[in-house]
Design a protein. Structure first.
Length: 70
């Protein structure tokens, strides 16, 4: 009888951390809902959400635009 209890003890010791890691990874794999923003605030877009932005580089300011900024 002591062997049975000792065996289940070691099975629990081995399985518990494995189960904990799998449960944590399952929780991290879920996508969180977007946060609720106050009225009048628009959400920012991530770069990877826009398709085709990688094709063209961002526009650079010309010399005439640089003088107008300051």
């Amino acid at each position: 009888m002591d062997l049975l209890h000792a065996t289940w003890f070691w099975v629990a010791i081995i399985v518990a951390p494995i189960f904990t890691v799998l449960a944590t990874l399952a929780r991290l794999a879920r996508r969180e809902p977007p946060p609720k923003l106050p009225p009048g605030v628009s959400p920012l877009r991530w770069q990877d959400e826009t398709e085709g932005d990688d094709d063209e580089p961002p526009a650079r300011a010309s010399d005439s635009d640089k003088g107008k900024q300051g």
